[in-house]
Design a protein around this ligand. Structure first.
Ligand SMILES: Nc1ncnc2c1ncn2[C@@H]1O[C@H](COP(=O)(O)OP(=O)(O)OP(=O)(O)O)[C@@H](O)[C@H]1O
Ligand SMILES: [Mg+2]
Length: 361
């Protein structure tokens, strides 16, 4: 799939801009703070329904303006699509695709898929388990909306359960029938999520392992480590465990076990990369995971996602740059950089120079 045009109105530091992309490599270059990442952010927003970095959508509206607007034209193997988004001052977004209003923004992922690469990807390996859970959740949710609904329902039940646990401890109560209801819901959604996470980890391991070996001859391993250990990951088995933890959870007034505490361990040459990996090994592992995620989307959807590379070329050594260049050659990529020399420019490459919120070349 590829993006044909993007029009920005009052988005970030753009008053008005229109970009016509190549279906292959697009290099968005310019000095710092000119608006390069803002372009990737707009594309990401239209795929994921939210920005990869703004805390509030209001930040996306150009200072002093009332609303921002995006128009995007993109194509997949079946047809052309036309998407529109308006971001209003009250933080609301009005979105349509092919002139049909989109109610749930997560539905945007059914149309446009992207994978963003940024220097922060290193956190996938180095950071806390939460970063890896988000990676796994967003990878699966992009393709399976029912996974996202399970996550949302799980989190609702978890909040309710945590409030109840606080109440029970305050009252000095030993148990409560309502606690069983929340545990049943958590077990049902939790088991489903665990099975999906396990399956995804195994798929992504196979793919990422191959990529890592091609880049560096290192052996990559990915292991899903669920917080609740059961053999079959059925709702029944998870529920039994939750019942075992009940006493301790009331004492602690919080949920001690569940998918909110899962981790995905990443190994390089059989040692945990977070603890023992060199910077280079960690970076390669993060890159391998991201490329594997893009391949996974292609596998399931039959369409390769648009790749957004935010300033990562300067972080990679020549071997990794060449490997990446080879892997993305026939795909659409939007690359930001302050230095165009780092980018392999094939004939189809299109360059955009950005200056102070304007596309000047
Ligand atoms: N809501 C907004 N209205 C106007 N300008 C904004 C808004 N939000 C951010 N900016 C401006 O956008 C610019 C940053 O844009 P962006 O992050 O795209 O820069 P960049 O070209 O990627 O820079 P770098 O090379 O440092 O990553 C800053 O000058 C910032 O002040
Ligand atoms: Mg930037």
């Amino acid at each position: 799939m590829y993006i044909k045009t993007l029009k920005l109105s009052n988005f970030r530091n753009y008053k008005s801009a229109r970009l016509e992309f190549s279906p292959y490599t697009n290099v968005i270059y310019g000095n710092n703070a000119q608006g390069k990442t803002n372009i990737l952010e707009a594309v990401y927003l239209f795929s994921q329904g939210r920005s990869h970095r703004a805390r509030s959508d209001r930040e996306l509206i150009r200072f002093g303006e009332g609303f921002a607007k995006l128009d995007i034209e993109f194509s997949d193997e079946r047809r052309d699509h036309f998407g529109q988004m308006q971001i209003l001052k009250n933080g609301r977004k009005a979105v349509s695709v092919n002139h049909v209003h989109i109610v749930k923004l997560s539905a945007l992922m059914n149309y446009l898929n992207v994978v963003m690469f940024s220097p922060e990807d290193l956190d996938l390996v180095k950071g806390s388990p939460g970063v890896r859970r988000r990676f796994i959740d967003s990878s699966i949710s992009q393709l399976y909306p029912s996974y996202l609904s399970s996550l949302i329902d799980y989190n609702k039940a978890l909040n309710q359960k945590n409030s109840l646990l606080k109440l029970l401890r305050a009252r000095g109560a030993a148990s409560d029938p309502t606690l069983d209801i929340w545990n049943e819901q958590l077990a049902e959604h939790g088991a489903r999520i665990m099975r999906a996470r396990l399956e995804f980890s195994e798929l992504i391991e196979t793919a990422a392992k191959k990529i890592q070996a091609e880049i560096s001859r290192e052996q990559l391993g990915i292991k899903y480590v669920p917080s609740i250990k059961t053999d079959e990951m059925t709702a029944q088995a998870v529920l039994e465990k939750l019942k075992e933890y009940e006493r301790r959870e009331i004492d602690a007034a919080s949920s001690l076990h569940g998918i909110q505490r899962d981790d995905i361990e990443i190994y390089v040459n059989e040692r945990e990369a977070r603890l023992f990996g060199s910077q280079g090994q960690q970076r390669t592992a993060a890159l391998s995971l991201k490329i594997a995620q893009a391949d996974y989307i292609k596998e399931v959807k039959g369409e390769y996602p648009v790749l957004l590379l935010d300033d990562i070329m300067s972080e990679l050594d020549i071997n990794r740059r060449m490997y990446l260049a080879e892997r993305i050659r026939d795909k659409q990529v939007l690359i930001t950089s302050t230095d165009t020399d780092l980018i392999d420019k094939a004939t189809e490459t299109k360059l955009f120079r950005i200056e102070n919120g304007m596309v000047v070349e």
